[in-house]
Design a protein around this ligand. Structure first.
Ligand code: NI
Length: 258
């Protein structure tokens, strides 16, 4: 099975049961549904409790940190402790591309979620968009290798990649790795150590080719996996084994074939 290590099931328009069944039919399971704010964390926990093969994170996305209060982080902790299906914290991080939330509130939310991940011993899912230097600096200051770090939809170049490899981070690739002009992303996907690579859809966003621009679905992680396998010069079957093993290890979830 190919796992989808990062989807937003609560943001997909189609009914979740249909989405999960269709993913399973395509050889995709489990799906980790990633939260972006408090209501989305609650929705993610409900979905993970309802459907087999669905696990979730709780967290607050850097684009949604504007009105966040300290009580919201207490609430996140309560939510994380309320269900065994919560397997990660985030997505958190920095987004300097869309400056929807002030940088300082993004950093505060990042610190609070890193602290939560450490208290609970759960991996931290990082969103880093045009903020590589600050994101790496915050990760140095707040995480110190105490919990696994997943660089979601990795968009860095060689220097950032080498630094993250040195730190033992995980790298998740999404739809952009399939785009014709994404040579750099494919090169980066070819350089990640085989025990640190993950595939994801970020659905309903980032549809891979040939669905670019359309709403995305977890089943299309197979196209992402195929593109990464192609970049690495390995078979789809070998890619599937690596993705299954890595997802099972980092999130502590069962994956068929791991
Ligand atoms: Ni996402």
């Amino acid at each position: 099975m190919i796992p989808d290590s990062h989807a937003h099931l609560d943001l997909i328009e189609e009914e979740t049961g249909t989405v999960v069944a269709s993913a399973l039919k395509a050889g995709v399971s489990p799906i980790i549904t990633i939260a972006i704010d408090i209501p989305s964390s609650i929705a993610a926990i409900n979905l993970a409790g309802t459907y087999d093969g669905v696990y979730c994170s709780v967290g607050i996305h850097p684009n949604d940190t504007g009105g966040v209060t300290p009580e919201d982080f207490d609430r996140l902790e309560e939510l994380a402790l309320s269900s065994r299906r919560v397997v990660a914290i985030g997505e958190t991080g920095l987004d300097y591309y869309r400056d929807r939330s002030p940088a300082e509130s993004q950093k505060q939310a990042f610190r609070a979620q890193a602290a939560l991940a450490k208290r609970l011993g759960k991996p931290l899912v990082i969103h880093d968009r045009e903020a590589h230097d600050d994101a790496l600096e915050l990760l140095t200051a707040e995480v110190h290798g105490e919990v696994p770090v997943i660089m979601h939809c990795f968009s860095g170049g060689r220097e950032v990649l080498d630094e993250c490899v040195r730190r033992g981070y995980y790298f998740a690739f999404a739809g952009p790795v399939t785009f014709k002009n994404s040579h750099v992303t494919r090169e980066m996907a070819s350089l990640v150590p085989s025990d640190r690579i993950l595939a994801e859809t970020d659905s309903p966003f980032l549809s891979p080719d040939p669905f670019r621009g359309k709403p995305n679905l977890p089943e299309r992680v197979t196209l992402v996996a195929k593109a990464i396998a192609g970049a690495r010069g390995i078979s789809f079957e070998e890619m599937e084994s690596r993705l299954a093993e890595n997802t099972a290890r980092v999130f502590g979830v069962p994956v068929e074939g791991a």
